[in-house]
Design a protein around this ligand. Structure first.
Ligand SMILES: Nc1ncnc2c1ncn2[C@@H]1O[C@H](COP(=O)(O)OP(=O)(O)O)[C@@H](O)[C@H]1O
Ligand SMILES: [Mg+2]
Length: 332
């Protein structure tokens, strides 16, 4: 049983820059949690602190019910998978997967059995005698996963493991990692800057910004019930439209948020005629871009919509989120 608990965790690097501010987080046993945020927001730092690869400046970290602040990485019962795969080029797939077990002086039979199991789970059976350079990017990433699996860790930590893969392979590996999680029934903590990865993979998502947790919730809640403009703007593509109340005849201290797919070209309580800057035909849909007051907005429309220079946009207040203009916090 191994959840992970972070209590008042803070990280300040030597240059006195605080990159993680008082983070509190409880990750449950067997949960798949995704840490998501823009580049530089502190995701890797947080993951590396859980792994013990980075000291924590303040606070406590528990893995299972054991406080691990002073436990070295190798004794934390975790496995870390990096973006760069970090495979040994001169070793075969088999040797790469077996390497950690060998270092721990596991006996030969156990090693062979575990390597076979991992190869089966990851469909690497026919590649065991190849060197990493004879593999595709996706296969290399699977070897890196294999190396983690054979150690039977209590917690898998993954830092942008799919970032080096092309778009198609990334989509495929997304579901493979999800299946792996179901098969292994272990706690996964997965870092990405990609909101689609976060939404599709996480049981829960932790949205980070500048070293602060903005919201911890299921993908559904993050998308449908964002707590502030940051979260609302971070998930969804194109992003949520933010409109100043005064530009649509509503309360001027409020920013109204509405998703592009809720800007309709039919009927609605609020009707506006906008001038289209540009439109993009994406096959299944067309995205139209325009301004409402000072804000840049977009609408997701049917692909066969006939777009002229101007468009009548309709919105329903039930589809609109209200945010405090000063703080960005959601007003309920
Ligand atoms: N060893 C380090 N020394 C000083 N600053 C660092 C170090 N590592 C990371 N940082 C800074 O901490 C911040 C967060 O970095 P990081 O955790 O790598 O972000 P992310 O993984 O979200 O892109 C960045 O501003 C980065 O420059
Ligand atoms: Mg990083």
């Amino acid at each position: 049983m191994s959840g992970v608990i972070l209590k008042n965790v803070r990280k300040t690097y030597d240059n006195n820059k605080t990159v993680i501010n008082n983070v509190n987080l409880e990750i449950k046993d067997k949960e798949f949690v995704v840490l998501v945020g823009a580049s530089g927001c502190g995701k890797s730092t947080l993951l590396r602190m859980i792994a013990g690869l980075e000291d924590i400046s303040e606070g406590e970290i528990f893995i299972g019910d054991k406080k691990v602040n002073d436990v070295p990485p190798k004794d934390r019962d975790i496995a870390f998978v990096f973006q760069s795969y970090a495979l040994y080029p001169h070793m075969t797939v088999r040797e790469n997967i077996a390497f950690g077990l060998k270092m721990r002086k596991a006996d030969k039979k156990t090693i062979e059995k575990k390597v076979q199991e991992a190869a089966e789970i990851l469909n690497l059976g026919e590649y065991l005698d190849r060197k990493p350079k004879q593999l595709s990017g996706g296969q290399r990433q699977r070897v890196a996963l294999g190396r983690a699996i054979v150690r039977n860790p209590k917690v898998f930590l993954m830092d942008e493991p799919l970032s080096n893969l092309d778009a198609k392979l990334r989509v495929q590996m997304r579901s493979e990692i999800k299946k792996l999680h179901e098969k292994l029934q272990t706690t996964f903590i997965y870092v990405t800057h990609d909101q689609t990865e976060a939404l599709t993979m996480g049981d829960r998502i932790v949205v980070l910004n500048n070293g602060d947790i903005q919201q911890v919730d299921t993908p559904y809640e993050i998308y449908n019930n964002p707590k502030n403009t940051f979260v609302a703007g971070f998930v969804g593509s194109p992003q949520m439209n933010f409109i100043d109340g005064k530009d649509i005849g509503l309360d001027e201290n409020i920013i109204y948020g509405i998703r592009p797919e809720k800007m309709l070209s039919g009927n609605g309580e609020i009707k506006l005629t906008v001038n289209i800057d540009i439109s993009e035909m994406l096959g299944s849909e067309t995205i139209a871009y325009f301004n409402i007051g000072e804000s840049k907005c977009s609408a997701k429309l049917e692909s066969d919509v006939n777009l002229n220079k101007s468009l009548e946009i309709c919105m329903n207040t039930s589809d609109m989120y209200k945010f405090d203009k000063q703080t960005g916090d959601r007003i309920y």
